[in-house]
Design a protein around this ligand. Sequence first.
Ligand code: SF4
Length: 687
Amino acid sequence: VGASRAAPMRTRTTCGYCGVGCSLEVLTRNGEITAVLPDHDGPVNRGHACVKGRFAHGFVASPDRLTRPLLRRDGRLEPVSWAEALEHVARGMRTAVAEGGPDAVAAISSARATNEENYLIQKFMRVVIGTNNVDNCSRLCHAPSAAGLTASFGLAGGTDLFEDAERADCLLVVGANPAEAHPVVGARLLQRVLRGAGLIVIDPRAVGLARYADTHLRPRPGTNVALFHGLAHVLLAEGLTDQEFLREHAIGLPELTELLAAYPPERAAAITGVTADGLVAAARLYGRAERPAIFYGLGVTEHLHGTDGVRALANLAILRGAVGPGIGYGVNPLRGQNNVQGASDMGALPDALPGYQKLGDPAARARAAAVWGVPVPARPGLRIPEMFAAARSGVLRALWVIGEDVCATDPDADRVAEALDSCPLVVCNELFLSETAGRADVVFPVASWLEKDGTFVNFDRRFQRVRPALDPPGEARPDFAVVHALAAELGVDLGCRTPADALAECGRIAPVFAGLTHERLDREGAVPWPCTDAGAPGEGRLYRERFATPDGLAHLASPPYLPPGEEPDHSYPLVLVTGRRWAHYNSGSMTRRTDDLRLDTVDLLDLHPADATRLGLRDGDPVVVESRHGRAELVARLTEETSPGQAFCAFHFPSSGVNTLTSSHSDTVTACPEYKVTAVRVSPARE
Ligand code: SF4
């Protein structure tokens, strides 16, 4: 029997696309993937997977893969040895520290990296460089969830495991399009609705689930806080609250009651553009359900007041007593990326150590210092937008970007490019020569999620194993090895030789991960955090006896509604919302390079037919979209999924320039960009 007839190798791993965290079985023969199958025992997916997980693997063998380090010489990136690339970066970082101190260096980590890699990256910045200038891509999506959920309940994660929340008899899905962005969860939510659960959808667009909704509210983008307050007003006014729960487990009701007097349904409707009747119907459905659960997405967080939105949404669950002790169907963010939860969990944050331990907590710093053998800097570092501003002003002198194509995915992209061009040393860990890598001084070729060993944390806080089904191509290495090698070049041994060691070490610093090891995950499959003891199961429900706030209570919040950063006007009359489509993922670097997924080949601009008629546009016409910040070229798609006066597009084809349109307005608490509200004008493209 020839080698080509040999039985395929089977590797069980976790999907590297969205935050659902489907378990997959990857079949390989002779170093090539022959199939990817959903794992029937997968704790989240139970034998299901979507088009991306099953078929979007062709990118691993793309001829575009980077296989050697690249170094810029005379303006061109040229292949060099690892030794030369590492030596150049180490010299550049030493120079940056000598000229500007440790805070002249920063790193951006991401969901592309495993937990262990994120742990090692933040350790590198704190131990080797001596700065807290480390952040991750959650800054661009769910940072308001971490801040809002922590302020309301005490911890920065969804409150319940999906299968518990899924038992709800009423689903409130807000600012999310799970049918496209989280397809396996979207399908399970739909199954629950088809078996009789009530469904309220709040989204400006007619997303896939909306056609099954009892009530679909379509608020104007940027008005969430007013809408949630309007719903809360009805809960209070109609006695649809849990008074015993509020007495025993919550604080802040008098202040909220006073605020909500200003948000009767008529006023909330006037601000948001929904009907007062629809708002009241939604509040009654949620308030009268026995087991209501909230699932939400980036339509709640990516706003100027995104953290306020999360807190106002959490108010509904607290008022109804539908979170934590008692019922516990909760408030659950649908995380967009495979390991965006884990990147923050591991402490790749400028103000927190692993396990969300605040830098201002001397005991947490002492615990980390005892393990690492060096003091931990106390001053919080820069957040991603602040890193770009510091680079433009000359304060930041070295930036290491790990797995993010910031020039394509961050808002106000022209200003991001300007920041990179201003920074004396830009280093990228990348699979491909992305927009960002193309501007870097050094590019390290790295392994993809199908070539890595470690763990991811999915949207409901489950740690699951990631295992290599393939070797990385050429000289590409896992990010884990690259961080170790650069530390060694700078004269520091970071310890924790293997990913398993790194997770174990993380557990010694962060008690909430103390019970997690690779060996345990290999045995048990998936374990949620908090998991403080190797002998105890992880906590599926975050709050059983009390909340994790200092006083053990859920905190009702009373933020007033404030308008978004941009409003449409005569010059820019439409409001653009950006989001994801089914067949692609983020900047599309992996899905665009997979032949099986040539379903969308350009970024489309969804327009309501009434607006298109006014603009003289037909379906399929090329269009120019202009905002106060930039210009993009897209193709019109006429659909009533989008409300009149609004437009929608994805950002899967960076060459279209979508993120030159988006503004630098960001959440006032977390600096998460306001991707969901950009005033634009649209015109036919000239041939
Ligand atoms: Fe992967 Fe998400 Fe699809 Fe599951 S639903 S296969 S995790 S992209």
